[in-house]
Design a protein around this ligand. Structure first.
Ligand code: GRF
Length: 213
């Protein structure tokens, strides 16, 4: 069973969606660790409720890029728990090259917009303020940029007449909770490979001249 560590800074509803999917057998994983950079993260109580071990590693700076020492501690905790994959779920920190090299193409994130539109903070508010007619959510592999890695799955959510940023965010969140377990399940169940920025899944592999994948 694939072992997953989840990194979360806040409420933890996406972590809960992953934990519920694993418990209900919809996701072939074992959540082995919940790590947070914040003592007040709601995700910690969710971990306790699901019986998932958790720890807080408080970085030197209250926000932004992780300092090198803290990043080493996050990495050591994930490796110590035997995690095969890392899922970021509202983790408000930027991971550096050391962590990402250790988990190359094995770190996932969920972002509440149709990337590459509206990366960064308050994506739903950015989308609403811009006046787009459609937004949504994206699950992507994490690279060294901000919400810039190869996309695994996306889901569109229409902006409705009379919407507010908060109402749009709430409808996107419902889809996030469905999309994140689905994207992780797909990566674990199907063969896939990277072709540049593109993730190509089993049945879509390009065939060579002899028709072999
Ligand atoms: C979600 O909207 C997620 O897409 C974004 O941060 C938010 C975290 O919410 N990366 P929660 O902590 O999972 O409830």
């Amino acid at each position: 069973m694939t072992r997953i560590a989840v990194l979360a800074s806040g409420r933890g509803s996406n972590f809960e969606a992953l934990a519920a999917a694993a418990r209900e057998g919809r996701l072939p994983v074992r959540l082995v660790l919940l790590l947070s950079d914040r003592q007040d993260a709601g995700a910690l109580a969710i971990a306790a409720r699901f019986g998932i071990p958790s720890a807080v590693i408080a970085p030197v700076k209250p926000r932004g890029r992780l300092d090198a020492r803290s990043e080493e501690r996050f990495l050591a905790a994930c490796q110590g728990a035997g995690a095969d994959w890392i899922c970021l779920a509202g983790f408000m920190r930027i991971l550096g090259p050391g962590f990402l090299a250790a988990y190359r193409d094995r770190v996932l994130n969920i972002h509440p917009s149709l990337l590459p539109a509206f990366p960064g903070l308050d994506a739903q508010g950015q989308a609403w303020a811009y006046g787009v007619r459609v937004s949504g959510c994206s699950v992507h592999l994490v690279d060294e940029g901000i919400d810039s890695g190869p996309i695994v799955l996306q889901c569109a959510v229409p902006v409705l007449a009379g919407d507010s940023a908060a109402a749009l965010a709430a409808r996107i969140l419902v889809e996030e909770h469905r999309l994140y377990p689905a994207a992780l399940a797909r990566l674990l169940k199907e063969p896939w490979r990277r072709e540049g920025r593109r993730l190509v899944f089993g049945s879509d592999f390009t065939t060579d001249a002899e028709g072999k994948a």
